[in-house]
Structures are given as structure tokens and as C-alpha cells.
Design a protein. Structure first.
Length: 206
């Protein structure tokens, strides 16, 4: 059973990742205490955890506020992704669970028909998560899981349908094809092209 701190932490993080709580919003401590029937202690503990992860800034006598995402932070996240995710794609070629790619491909086609970038992002994040875990490198998977949480929040804040959907669809398809064909070099290159493209598009919106 989850503790009050864990429940508060998860609920707050979910709201921030989904964009329900936006950058600059004050965290309503009293309302949270009533909502979860908890004392202020677990609320503070949850906020400290979120502050350590960069989601919250705590100011004495002012309260805790949802942090924004700066141009520099966005660049740094993509800088790390550009190095690690191509490696993950290379390792994913070793996976014995490639049938999962068929499901992703179907979801991609459905998302492509809507023409909405947000729909592609939803499928794309599933693909990224699978790729990063498929190679069997637990350390890599853990690092990327943390980054992908931040990416989900970034997409909620910045992504709109003005982003280029057609290129993203083709890039995801290229990643799927290379992994399915067990071509590590092509998988690595396809993922790198996608990350670089996504970074360029994202930085335009910041």
C-alpha cells in the first residue's frame, strides 16, 4: 500500500507531466492536505522529492511553485538523448520481442491518418520506451525512463499540430524497419536522425 507521501508525489507529478499544473503555478498545500486527508508533512516530503527531480522550486515563506523548462534544459535533455537513444536502438536489434513492432506500426498508421502531431507523440513515446528497454541494458533503460518523463511534460507544454507530422511518421517507420531487419547501424542512424529533427522542431517552440 502506498504511503501518503507516495500518493501525493505521484498525483502531483502526473498533473505536472500532463500540463494540468503549469509552470509558475503555486502548489496548493492546504487543498492537497484535504484532498488526500493527509497532514502537511507528507505534502512537504512529496514536494521535496519533486524539487530534487527539477519539477518544483521551493521558496521559503512563499511556497512551492511548478518550474518551467528553459531553452538550456531542453537542449541538455536532447543532447543526452542524441547520444543514448541511438545506442538503445542498436541494442534493440537483439530483442526477441519484435512482434511488438507490428502493434506500434498499426498505431502509427492510425495516428498518421489524424494528421495531429500529438497523436504521433503518444505513439512515439511508446516506441521510445520500448526501444530503450528492448536491448536488455537496465542502466540505459533507467536513465532514459527519467528523461522520457521530462519529455512527456515538455510535449504537454510545447507541442502543437504546427509541428511537422509527416517527417516524424517516416522517421519512426525507419526506426521500426531497421530494428525489425536486425540492422544495428541503420537503427542507430535512424534514431539519431529522429532525435536531431525533434530537437530542431522543439527548440523552435521555446
Amino acid at each position: 500500500m502506498l504511503s501518503a507521501t507516495d500518493r501525493l508525489y505521484r498525483a502531483l507529478k502526473r498533473d505536472m507531466v500532463a500540463g494540468v499544473l503549469r509552470p509558475g503555478d503555486l502548489i496548493p498545500v492546504r487543498q492537497l492536505s484535504k484532498r488526500f486527508r493527509a497532514s502537511r508533512t507528507p505534502v512537504r516530503e512529496a514536494l521535496i522529492r519533486l524539487a530534487q527531480e527539477g519539477f518544483v522550486a521551493i521558496h521559503p515563506r512563499r511556497g512551492a511553485f511548478v518550474t518551467g523548462v528553459s531553452h538550456r534544459e531542453l537542449h541538455e535533455i536532447f543532447e543526452v538523448r542524441e547520444v543514448l537513444e541511438p545506442l538503445a536502438a542498436r541494442l534493440a536489434c537483439q530483442s526477441s520481442e519484435k512482434k511488438t513492432l507490428d502493434a506500434f506500426e498499426s498505431e502509427l498508421r492510425a495516428a498518421g491518418q489524424t494528421g495531429k502531431y500529438r497523436d504521433l507523440v503518444a505513439v512515439g513515446m511508446k516506441i521510445h520506451a520500448w526501444v530503450c528497454g528492448a536491448g536488455g541494458n537496465a542502466t540505459l533503460a533507467a536513465i532514459m525512463a527519467t528523461l522520457h518523463v521530462h519529455m512527456t511534460r515538455i510535449f504537454a507544454l510545447f507541442v502543437n499540430d504546427q509541428f511537422v507530422a509527416k517527417e516524424s511518421y517516416a522517421q519512426y517507420q525507419a526506426i521500426i524497419d531497421a530494428i525489425r531487419d536486425n540492422d544495428p547501424g541503420a537503427a542507430e542512424a535512424a534514431m539519431r536522425r529522429h532525435i536531431v529533427f525533434a530537437k530542431e522542431q522543439m527548440l523552435k517552440g521555446v
